[in-house]
Design a binder for this molecule. Structure first.
Ligand SMILES: *Cc1c(COP(=O)(O)O)cnc(C)c1O
Length: 432
């Protein structure tokens, strides 16, 4: 018989730090043992003990079409049979870059990496090379991967000098990262007035969705674009989560393209690899052509643009039709409504922020506009809610600080499972 999740996790802890390859998977913030996954198809994920769940994580975003979509599997199978990697140029990377450039006008050039973290690292290097300045401005609660200079999120209040969030990040590195409260235009203007000539770039999540979902205030991203331009700094729009999930042209396609602003660089990941390790930095040729070998800024990767990952990404993007986006929006609305009704019926204090098809739940009465607000939530109530949902056959992110993800594969049957699980889960949350 297949070992249980408990047995796998015990073995894992002997050979993998904390038993996991990425921290949130360990269930530390909700307690209990992570379930080991055997396989997943469409909207359903099955653990090693044969229990089936409705998946609302979608591998943290990439599985926008659902798991093992036949159209993607066929293309990937064909690609891997022709060798998993060449370490040489190949047609699908060109086609995928063309597909991105066609959808996002300012993304004239695309450089592929294997992770969102690397894409962001490259974007920062480009911004510093282009401006000859060192300082990076980020917002508290925005996640941009695990590069040293962005593991600085602390610093509530006004423009705080960064302190490293993780041992191993040097104070020297942290010093060049300034952290502002999300959405605080006054703090941003003050910072630029004082230190504008030192600032290489501002980086922001197109929609913050790694502290729970915090929709950008009206005009905020546009103001980031204008203030960076006024001061000769760059705006990096991190669309690793939102890119090609929110629309065919990402969140920028919804907001920037209609409001008439554009960032200097985009970062993409998650959806563009369809579940394979693939990410990208993209932007106008004048900046992107600073990258080697066109220019002097070094960046490279043994597996970058490999044929399997770029084939998976291309197949995924091509299958994301307008009908798919309409289905994602409708499904996100339906799940949010179902959970809201259950929580309301059981008197659980909550709010359900939503931007496009991304949403999450905060168990707090404080309106959440910043990371500090998000941290007022009752995480024990979320843990109780989470475990009850899991027992009821619904696979949620094991953290109160993560967005929920719907896919093209979710059906009314899935909504019914979610609805029947939600009642006991809301009751469990109400007791904490
Ligand atoms: C996931 C994520 C990253 C990091 O991407 P990895 O592939 O995990 O390195 C960066 N930025 C945002 C907004 C993300 O959601």
């Amino acid at each position: 018989m297949e070992p249980s999740s408990e047995e796998w996790f015990a073995r894992a802890q002997n050979v993998i730090p904390g038993g996991v390859s990425s921290p949130v998977r360990a269930f530390r913030s909700v307690g209990g043992t992570p379930r080991y996954v055997a396989h997943a198809h469409g909207s359903r994920i099955t653990d090693t003990e044969g229990r089936e769940y409705v998946d609302l994580v979608g591998a943290w975003g990439p599985m926008i079409l659902g798991h093992a979509h036949p159209g993607v599997v066929a293309q990937v199978t064909r690609a891997v049979a022709a060798s998993a990697s060449f370490g040489a140029p190949c047609p699908p990377e060109v086609e995928l870059a063309e597909e991105i450039a066609r959808r996002v006008a300012p993304a004239e050039r695309v450089r592929f990496t294997s992770s969102g973290t690397e894409a962001v690292m490259t974007a920062l290097r480009l911004a510093r090379a282009k401006t000859g300045r060192d300082v990076v401005v980020k917002f508290a609660g925005c996640y941009h991967g695990h590069a040293d200079s962005l593991l600085v999120a602390a610093g509530s209040g006004v423009a705080t000098l960064g302190l490293p969030d993780s041992p191993g990040v040097t104070p020297g590195t942290a010093q060049d990262t300034l952290v502002l409260p999300y959405g605080d235009v006054a703090a941003l203007e003050e910072l630029f007035a004082a230190r504008g000539s030192e600032i290489a770039c501002v980086i922001t999540e197109a929609v913050p969705a790694n502290m729970g979902v915090v929709p950008p205030p009206l005009g905020f991203n546009a103001r980031l674009a204008s203030i960076t331009r006024e001061h000769g700094a760059l705006l990096i729009l991190d669309e690793v989560m939102t890119g090609f999930r929110m629309s065919a042209a990402g969140w920028w396609g919804i907001e920037g393209a209609t409001e008439g602003w554009q960032p200097d660089l985009f970062t993409y990941g998650k959806v563009i690899g369809g579940g394979m390790p693939l990410a990208a930095v993209a932007g106008p040729a004048a900046t992107m052509d600073l990258l080697a070998p066109a220019g002097p800024v070094y960046q490279a990767g043994t597996l970058s643009g490999n044929p399997v990952a770029t084939t998976a990404g291309l197949a995924t993007l091509r299958l994301c039709t307008p009908q798919v986006y309409a289905h994602l929006d409708a499904t996100a609305g339906a799940v949010r409504r179902i959970i809201t009704e259950a929580l309301t019926r059981h008197g659980v204090i909550h709010q359900a922020p939503q931007a496009g098809n991304l949403f999450s739940f905060f168990f707090t009465a404080t309106p959440v506009r910043t990371y500090d607000d998000a941290r007022t939530q009752n995480t024990s109530a979320f843990a109780a809610f989470f475990h009850s949902m899991l027992d009821g056959g619904v696979w949620l992110p094991p953290s109160a600080y993560e967005a929920w993800f719907v896919s093209a594969a979710h059906t009314d049957d899935d909504l019914a499972v979610i609805e029947s699980a939600a009642h006991s889960a809301a009751a469990a949350a109400a007791k904490v």
